[in-house]
Write a protein that binds this ligand. Structure first.
Ligand SMILES: [Fe+2]
Length: 408
């Protein structure tokens, strides 16, 4: 059950005190009493009543002073003080009471019913005042909470904003990096396209150069063949000799496993190995009888004559030197310089064997053709003396073992 409102009734008149208490208790309030100001202050401090009904005229401390002390005490200030006065209390005195904090006035004499009604009204006002105060405290607390929440929200918003800004910065940085990477990639692509175009151009240029070199080589070969044919026109008995020696030398070189360059050198050297004979009188070349010693000396000049013609042509092989050495022999008995052994170029050692083989096999004005077998026997007989062992062995393998056909 809700505790009753407690009212301290202060009056020095015992009849008034009793009568008032009776009315109030009848109205449902709990009452306390004090007969003077000092007792009233004691009761207020000890009991902390909800309302004080305070007589204006008290014998010791008057009501205004009691009211003032109650209202100035922070611990007591919420106690509702109603001053009860005789009708003769002036308007100025009532104003002073208000200034000292009195919450209301009751003028005497007053009937019981009015007393109860007025006290009830004061109790409601006091209750409303307390509710308002409580609400104010609650509001303040809520306001504080709200403020705290706002502060937290502001801090979180700030952190979020910071995070957003960081994210934005990082995003912008990432985008920049991405853009840089894209540009680099595009540059790389362009560079690759340029390289491809350049590579195509180079391949085309190389193909052009290759085709040009091939044409030049064909032209060189044709030229050398034409020169050889011119020489052979003056010596119809040896027609085709140079071409056949070239093909034979190339076949022997290939059988020995020489490089493509050496094999080609042998082919072309064979084509022109006797062009020096153009310097000889035609009658010596076609003489059907044996040559005199003097004529032989003239004949021995043809390798040097060929060298003089060929030495200034810029071949990729030592073609002029090979032609110059094609009548040398390993034992130094050859001409024109009497070179020996390894001083003779390997290609020249091949060419000399091909030359002998072809010459012995073919018909000459001064003798009939001796045939391949005799020619092979001849080079075999002089293996290591006149002719290089590797060359002779390759030659024998080619014609005896593999039945290579003699060039026709
Ligand atoms: Fe010769």
């Amino acid at each position: 059950m809700e505790s009753a409102i407690r009212i301290l009734v202060v009056d020095d008149d015992p009849d008034v005190l009793r009568g008032t208490c009776r009315v109030l208790e009848h109205a449902g309030y709990a009452t306390l009493t004090a007969a003077n100001g000092a007792l009233a202050l004691q009761q207020v401090t000890a009991e902390h009543p909800d309302l004080v009904l305070l007589d204006w005229d008290l014998p010791d401390i008057d009501g205004i002073e009691v009211c003032r002390r109650i209202k100035r005490d922070v611990a007591l200030a919420d106690i509702f003080v109603v001053m009860a006065s005789a009708a003769r209390v002036s308007g100025d005195d009532q104003l002073q009471g208000l200034e000292e904090g009195a919450d209301g006035f009751i003028a005497r004499p007053i009937g019981n019913r009015e007393l109860a009604a007025r006290v009830a009204a004061f109790v409601r006002i006091r209750q409303l005042t307390r509710n308002i105060a409580t609400d104010a405290v609650t509001l303040q607390a809520r306001s504080d909470e709200l403020e705290h929440a706002n502060a937290l929200l502001a801090a979180r918003t700030s952190a979020l904003e910071e995070a957003n800004q960081s994210f934005l910065n990082a995003s912008v940085a990432s985008l920049n990096l991405l853009e840089d990477a894209l540009q680099a990639s595009q540059k790389l692509e362009q560079s690759n396209r340029d390289l491809l175009v350049e590579a195509d151009l180079r391949i085309q240029a190389q193909a052009d150069v290759g085709a040009y070199v091939a044409r030049l080589e064909k032209a060189t070969e044709a030229t050398l063949k034409a020169v050889a044919q011119m020489v052979e026109l003056r010596d119809p008995y040896t027609a085709g000799h140079e071409r056949r020696v070239g093909e034979l030398a190339a076949a022997i070189g290939a059988e020995m496993g020489l490089s493509d360059a050496s094999v080609r050198c042998l082919l072309l050297a064979g084509y022109v190995h006797d062009i020096g004979k153009i310097s000889l009188p035609a009658e010596i070349l076609s003489k059907p009888t044996r040559l005199s010693a003097m004529e032989m000396e003239l004949i021995k000049g043809h390798p040097q004559a060929a060298f003089e013609v060929l030495k200034n042509i810029d071949f990729p092989w030592p073609l002029a030197e090979v032609v110059l050495q094609h009548h040398e022999r390993l034992d130094g008995s050859g001409y024109p310089r009497g070179l020996q052994g390894d001083d003779i170029l390997l290609e020249a050692r091949v060419l000399m064997v091909a030359d002998v083989l072809e010459a012995m096999s073919s018909h000459r004005p001064y003798r009939p053709g001796l045939g391949l077998a005799a020619a092979l026997a001849e080079i075999e007989t002089h293996i290591g003396r006149f002719y290089d062992q590797r060359v002779v062995m390759a030659c024998l393998s080619l014609f005896r073992d593999k039945a290579h056909p003699m060039p026709s």
